[in-house]
Structures are given as structure tokens and as C-alpha cells.
Design a protein around this ligand. Structure first.
Ligand code: 26Y
Length: 817
């Protein structure tokens, strides 16, 4: 085609300015003089995207015709965080953008603050997916992320009288400049109806006669690699009513019914379920899951050449199942191969088994998804038949190997019989997938030994580990510019894509000037956090305070209550005169946590944290030396300010319950010291940073199993430990609830009589570990040395390494150039 005036590459400030103004004028329809903050933000975002699009087009050209195997990452959640800085960094556009904004008299920081992050995930699992697509692009692995474009992401949290109130997250209302709708690539997804058998030239086949359809419209996000010219796609699906669906009803003359039908269809991608780890078995959730995987499989198959032999599908794709949420993809691929393409069952099963791999992210049995047969049969009748057949053949194989061991058969059946007949999605994924992985060494071992032992015995070759990681671009380079500069000045900038090079910092831990510079960066990060907290919530971290941080979803197993008991004990100690104020290490304890809206105990714990904070923070006897801050609405954006400012990272789950944790990695990488149990990836962090630079406490997983076995009696710990008794009694007395003893009674009695996660059993060990923290912090120089060693030794936790492990152990998808 004739030459078109292209954006200049490499980008220049003039070129950037011109494109920015074009976008402002023609896309936004305003002049610079009249543009609102939102107009300017949208035009800036568009301009950044335009530059990335240049790379994307060139990349597509290079990859066109290549027959490389691709990873399709199937995830119901992507907790992306802000896009502007990420894309400016990846595209190496920050300098020209700053110059261009200056030339236009625009405050770039104001536009940064204007951005609303896409919160399309709950917590660790969703954030991991976002880190993984970043690493896939940076490593140049052909890959597509598939998910759901929720109109409302994770709720916005506010506090009223210390209690959580949820507000809708209307992240799309001011425009969505990072996404590109592709209506022409819409897919139709069917639901409901029935199956019937047909005689197909002598073979009896089942076929699905669905009852209703929705249209899945893709919205594409560019996923740029770090300065490598690679741009992958994140394709998120939005549900729309199909025309056919509407028309039929419109023609019947029932306008209102037609509009209702539209609402019904579009509800599918309306809202992210805010529960993590307690599946509710809701029909809409199953609709969401099938909706996005059915659209994604069709979409991927549509990219293959017309005459492609589907028997060779495993050479071209691996579908990675991010937990059980997308596992309905297994019977869907079988249905497509067998019913739509006429492939023989056995061949289709062989193909399917090679095309899937499953990552498990939990150890809590109640977190494993199970779909009642009644529901599945109503929504996806053909898929239920397929699951039954998969199960029948699998159980026949089990019988062939172990004989008619009915106990074993019942244990391993993909169909549970109690309390209702239901499909165990984790079992289906394990039977169907080529690999099953846990997300940290300990987790993978417990997965084999405790969660899926019968399957590990039957398919030992399937089980593997890939320890989680975090992207160093967002969580070090962007979040901690001060430390990034210090590191780059010392060892060059290769660490951004080769994080093990941080080891080169180790000798500098012994260099007094480097330690001073490192400490100055930490102090600067605390000031920066204070600016953010001040503007956001009117809060601030105390000067000279140890910044002690516990940020993560609110869950009993994560044991925010243990942290609360520590705070209450310190408070009670000072108030009762047992601790001299001068002996109290000044500390600010910072919490961030959302509770699932239906999780009553988690919400009570939030209330308790706020209640303790308002008493402790204002009691003159503490003189501000102990502060509890709980900024509401913890999200990726706040994490980026909090993590670099932390001195102490709280990773205090009951051993054997936290699959991995990834916040733990982000803190250590930013030079916080961890106080933690022997759980999840804490184990690997401690091995790498060394015992001297990690505050370990608490029972090990085998010890937990042993006391659980023997019968755990929390009240005994209360009886025997005077400090614990005083802390619990103070809460029970109503000291934090205006004298009303009933408010936190459920928390107290739960601790005393149930305490499922053994908070009381680990209390004294935790208190002792906190004393070691205080003593260590008193030696500031020693603390800084340990912090530097944490940074230097955590290169392993790059998500680039995780992705390389997935490639080696599971995907076998080499990077392409
Ligand atoms: C079924 C539904 C209710 C559900 C929705 C979300 C179930 C689970 C989840 C999310 C789970 C999750 O975030 N798990 C976390 O995954 C991280 C990444 O692997 C781990 O680091 C972390 O330990 C684990 O709790």
C-alpha cells in the first residue's frame, strides 16, 4: 500500500507530542487548551499504545507463518495493576513521554495518579497470571493470555466504623484506552439444552442441541516484552447477547422480555466473584468459566491453517489451566474434536491429554472446586456425558492396575457421591493433564502426599513443581526506582531481565558506603509512602519507625489474628507498665486486606484490626511509638508504594496452608526482612537468604499434622501463657469496642474453642521471634546488611525463572526470535 506517515522509531519527543495531540484532537475531540485530566490521560495512553502497536505489527510480521508451539494461559483472573508506567518502561518511552508532556505543559504525575488499575483478580493467583504474561513476552515465548473482561473487578473497599463496606469497581466508566475491541473476532458460546444420539454410518454418536447462545467479544490488551520488540496479546472476553437470540424474541413482540434476555446474557462477564478459595458452586460462575474457555479454544483453533490436522494439535499448543477455574476446557476440547471434527474418541483423548497441564494453587480441601452433576447437566449436558466417559475409562484403568478396590475407586472417582453427586474439577484436571504442578517446593510435595496422593501413585510422572515468581520489571524496577538506580550503578542494568545477577551485590553488603546509600533509599521510600498514604487516607508512618507490613487477602489461615495479638500484647505491656515505653522499639504496623464479602469471620477480623488501631494510635501512654495503619482498598497500586518502604514482611500462615505466597518474594526482593513460618515459598526464601537474615518461628507442617492428629486444644495455650491470656482478655473485655464485650466475642471464642489455624499454638514462638526482630533492628547497620543480602539472594524469584521452569518441565515451547 502507499506509504503512510508512520510514527518514528526510535521515538522522539516531537513525534510523541504530535501523536499525542492527534489522539487528543481526533480520538478525544478536544483541543489541548480545553482538555480535562481524563482527556489528557486517554490521549497519553493511546499514544503509548500506538507505539507498542508498531512493535506488535512488526512482531506479527516476523512471526507470521512460523509454526511454533504456543502457550495458551487460561485464567479467570488477571490482576494487572496500572498499565501506563508498565508500558512506558517496556517500550522505553518514559523519557520521550516526559518531554512531550512537559512541552504541552502537562503534569505527567497527575496523569499517572488518574489511572484506575484493572483489578480483574482477587489476589495471588490473579497477580501471578499478570506476572507470567509479562515474563512470557520478555522471554519471547509465543503465547496468548485468555480471560474474562469483567465490567466490575474486585470491589473497592471502604471502612465505616472500622467495618468493611464494598463498593462496585467501575473501572471502565472513564474510558478504556488500553484495550482494543475486536467484534469481528467474536465467538458464539452455547449453553443448556439436551443431547441426542444419532446413527452416524453405523456408529452411535451423541450430539448437543443447545438451548441458548451468547456472543463472546474479544478485547485485546498489548503485553509488551521488556524492550525486546515482542508484544503478546492478552485476550479478554466480554459477553454480549447474540442477534439471533434477541431477534427471535423481538419478533414475538415482547420488547421487555428481549431486553431482559440481553441483560441475562451480558451478566456473564459483569462481575468478578470476590471469593477466593471458598467456591460457592454458583451457576453464574460456571457460566463464566465455560464462556471464556469455549471462546478461547475456538479462537485458538481458528488461528491454525484451514487444513491443519488436529491429531497434531499438541505440536502447536499447550493450554495451561490456572487452577480448576478453566478445567471445563477439558471436556470442551473433547467435544470439539469428537463431535465437531469427527475424531475418534481414543485419538481425541490422546490429543487432549497432551494439550493440557494443570497448576494447583491451594492446600485447603474446601478450596477445590466441585460442580454438582445436576447443575453441570443442566448447563452443559454434553460435557457431563463426556466427563462420565472419561471417568469410566479412568476407573477401568485404576481397576486394571489395582483390582476391585472399591475404597480406592471411590477415592479416585472424578465424580463425588456425597453430599451430592458432583464433578471434582481437580481430579478431572489431573487425569486429563500431561502435568500437575504445585507452586512452591513444599506445596508440590504436600500436593503429592496429602491432596492427591492416590493420583501421585497412579501417575507419578505427571507431578512436578514450579516455584512461583514475580516480575522484576514492575516490582523492583518500577516500584523501587531508588533501589533500582543504586543496583544499576553498582552492577549495570542487566538484572532487569537476568535477576540472578543480583548476586553481584553480595560483596557490597560489607561496603559501608553502599549500606549507607541503601539505608538512604529505604528512608526515601518511607517518605514516598507517606506522601501516598497522606494523600490517599490521611495516614502516615512514624518517623524512625520500623515499618512492619502484613498485606494480603484476609483469611484465617494467613493469621492476621496472630499479628493482632502481637500488637495487643505490646500495647497491654506498656499500659500495664510491664514494658517501659523507652524500651519499646517504635513501630508502625501496616495492614492491607480485603475480605470476601460473605466471609463473616474475616470481616470481624478487619473490624478488630481497625478497632485496635483506633485505641492504640490515640492512647497517650503509647506516645505514638506503636501505630497501626490499615489503609482501605489494598491493591496493586498501593502495593507498589508499600513494599519498597517495608522493613519487616509478615508471612505468618500456619505451616502447610499457604501454597506459595508471592508477596513474600516481593518484600524480600525489595530488602525487607521476613518474619515467617516454614510455609510455602518462605521455605525457599529462607534457604536462599540464609537463617541469619530471616526470622523463622512456629511449628513445621509435620508438627502441625501431629498435634492435629493428637487433638488440638487451644484453650490449654491460653491457660498456660500469661501474656497470651492478658492479650485475649483485653480484647474480650471490650477495651477495643467501647466496653461492649459482644462485638469481638465470636473472634475470642473461635480462638479459644476452635482455632482451626492454631494461632494460639504459635503465639509464644511468634512473640519470641518479634523480640529478635526488635533486637536486630536496634543494630541499624546490621539490619541493612541483612536487607542487602535479601536483595542479592532473591534473584531466583523472578517470574522469568518460573516461566523457564514451565518451559523445561511442562510446556516445551522454546522462545522464538
Ligand atoms: C474457586 C474460587 C472461589 C477461587 C477463586 C480464587 C478459588 C481460589 C482463588 C484464588 C486463589 C489464590 O489466589 N491462591 C494463591 O495463589 C498464589 C499464586 O500461586 C499463591 O502464592 C498463594 O499461596 C495462593 O493462596
Amino acid at each position: 500500500h502507499p506509504p503512510v506517515p508512520a510514527l518514528e522509531l526510535p521515538p522522539t519527543a516531537d513525534g510523541f507530542t504530535a501523536q499525542f495531540l492527534r489522539n487528543l484532537n481526533f480520538d478525544g475531540g478536544v483541543t489541548l487548551a480545553d482538555a480535562s485530566t481524563n482527556d489528557r490521560y486517554l490521549a497519553l495512553a493511546r499514544t503509548v499504545r500506538d507505539y507498542l502497536m508498531l512493535h506488535a505489527l512488526a512482531d506479527q510480521q516476523r512471526q507470521a507463518g512460523a509454526q511454533a508451539k504456543a502457550v495458551c494461559y487460561l485464567s479467570a483472573e488477571y490482576l494487572l495493576g496500572n498499565q501506563l508506567d508498565n508500558d512506558l518502561l517496556a517500550g522505553d518511552l518514559a523519557g520521550v513521554a516526559a518531554d512531550a508532556m512537559a512541552a504541552c505543559g502537562i503534569d505527567l504525575d497527575e496523569l499517572r495518579r488518574h489511572e484506575i488499575e484493572p483489578g480483574l483478580g482477587n489476589g495471588g493467583l490473579g497477580r501471578l497470571a499478570a506476572c507470567f504474561i509479562d515474563s512470557l513476552a520478555t522471554l519471547g515465548v509465543p503465547s496468548i493470555g485468555y480471560g474474562i473482561r469483567y465490567e466490575y473487578g474486585i470491589f473497592r473497599q471502604t471502612f465505616e466504623d472500622g467495618q468493611q463496606v464494598e463498593q462496585p469497581d467501575a473501572w471502565l466508566t472513564l474510558g478504556a484506552p488500553w484495550e482494543q475491541p475486536r467484534p469481528e473476532a467474536a465467538q458464539t458460546v452455547s449453553f443448556g439444552g439436551r443431547t441426542e444420539t444419532v446413527d452416524d454410518a453405523g456408529t452411535v454418536r451423541s450430539r448437543w442441541i443447545p438451548e441458548w447462545n451468547v456472543s463472546a467479544v474479544p478485547y485485546d490488551y498489548l503485553v509488551p516484552g521488556f524492550r525486546n520488540g515482542r508484544v503478546n496479546t492478552l485476550r479478554l472476553w466480554r459477553a454480549k447477547a447474540t442477534d439471533a437470540f434477541d431477534l427471535r424474541i423481538f419478533n414475538s413482540g415482547d420488547y421487555e422480555q428481549a431486553v431482559r434476555a440481553q441483560t441475562f446474557a451480558e451478566n456473564i462477564s459483569k462481575v468478578l466473584y470476590p471469593e477466593d478459595s471458598t467456591p460457592q458452586g454458583k451457576e453464574l460462575r460456571l457460566q463464566q468459566q465455560y464462556f471464556f474457555v469455549a471462546a478461547s479454544i475456538r479462537d485458538f483453533l481458528g488461528r491454525l491453517p484451514e487444513d491443519f490436522d488436529l491429531a497434531r494439535l499438541p505440536e502447536r499448543v499447550i493450554f495451561q489451566l490456572n487452577d480448576t477455574h478453566p478445567v471445563i476446557a477439558v471436556p470442551e476440547l473433547m467435544r470439539v474434536l469428537v463431535d465437531e471434527h469427527g475424531m475418534a474418541w481414543d485419538e481425541a483423548w490422546a490429543v487432549t491429554q497432551q494439550c493440557f497441564a494443570y497448576t494447583c494453587h491451594t492446600l485447603l480441601p474446601e478450596a477445590l472446586e466441585v460442580w454438582p452433576v445436576e447443575l453441570l447437566g443442566r448447563l452443559l449436558p454434553r460435557h457431563l456425558e463426556i466427563v462420565y466417559r472419561i471417568n469410566e475409562e479412568f476407573l477401568a484403568a485404576v481397576r486394571a492396575r489395582f483390582g476391585d478396590d472399591e475404597m480406592r475407586i471411590r477415592d479416585m472417582s472424578i465424580i463425588a457421591e456425597f453430599p451430592v453427586r458432583a464433578v471434582r474439577m481437580a481430579y478431572l484436571a489431573t487425569v486429563a493433564g500431561s502435568r500437575v504442578n504445585g507452586v512452591a517446593e513444599l506445596h508440590s510435595q504436600l500436593l503429592r502426599d496429602k491432596v492427591l496422593p492416590a493420583f501421585a501413585e497412579f501417575f507419578p510422572e505427571k507431578f512436578t513443581n514450579v516455584t512461583n515468581g514475580v516480575t522484576p520489571r514492575r516490582f523492583l524496577r518500577l516500584a523501587n526506582p531508588g533501589l533500582s538506580t543504586l543496583i544499576t550503578d553498582a552492577i549495570g542494568d542487566g538484572w532487569v531481565t537476568d535477576l540472578e545477577r543480583l548476586h553481584e551485590l553480595e560483596p557490597l553488603a560489607e561496603d559501608a558506603a553502599f549500606r549507607a546509600a541503601f539505608a538512604a533509599v529505604k528512608a526515601g521510600n518511607k517518605r514516598r509512602l507517606n506522601e501516598v498514604l497522606q494523600a490517599r487516607d490521611g495516614m502516615r508512618v512514624g518517623d524512625g519507625h520500623l515499618v512492619d507490613v502484613m498485606v494480603k487477602r484476609l483469611h484465617e489461615y494467613k493469621r492476621q489474628l496472630l499479628k493482632v495479638l502481637h500488637v495487643v500484647s505490646e500495647y497491654e505491656g506498656v499500659v500495664s507498665g510491664r514494658i517501659a515505653l523507652a524500651d519499646l522499639q517504635p513501630r508502625t504496623v501496616l495492614f492491607g486486606a480485603k475480605a470476601a464479602p460473605g466471609y463473616a469471620m474475616a470481616k470481624r477480623i478487619i473490624h478488630l484490626i481497625n478497632a485496635v488501631g483506633s485505641v492504640v494510635n490515640t492512647d497517650p501512654r503509647l506516645d505514638g511509638r506503636l501505630q497501626v495503619l490499615f489503609p482501605p482498598n489494598y491493591n496493586v497500586t498501593l502495593a507498589e508504594s508499600v513494599i519498597p518502604a517495608a522493613d519487616l514482611s509478615e508471612q505468618i500462615s500456619l505451616a502447610g496452608k499457604e501454597a506459595s505466597g508471592t508477596g513474600n518474594m516481593k518484600f524480600a526482593l525489595n530488602g525487607a526482612l521476613t518474619i515467617g513460618t516454614d510455609d510455602g515459598a518462605n521455605v525457599e526464601i529462607r534457604e536462599l537468604v540464609g537463617d541469619a537474615n530471616f526470622f523463622l518461628f512456629g511449628m513445621t507442617e509435620p508438627e502441625v499434622a501431629e498435634i492435629a492428629q493428637a487433638g488440638y486444644h487451644p484453650a490449654a495455650f491460653y491457660q498456660e501463657d500469661a501474656g497470651l491470656r492478658r492479650a485475649i482478655d483485653l480484647i474480650a473485655s471490650g477495651a477495643f469496642s467501647g466496653g461492649d464485650r459482644s462485638v469481638f466475642e465470636p473472634v475470642v471464642s473461635n480462638l479459644l474453642y476452635e482455632d482451626r489455624f492454631m494461632v494460639l499454638a504459635d503465639y509464644s514462638a511468634y512473640m519470641a521471634a518479634q523480640q529478635r526482630v526488635d533486637a536486630a533492628y536496634a543494630d541499624q547497620d546490621g539490619w541493612t546488611r541483612a536487607a542487602i543480602l535479601n536483595v542479592a539472594r532473591c534473584g531466583f524469584f523472578s517470574s522469568d525463572r518460573s516461566i523457564r521452569d514451565y518451559i523445561d518441565r511442562i510446556w516445551h515451547t522454546p522462545p522464538t526470535t
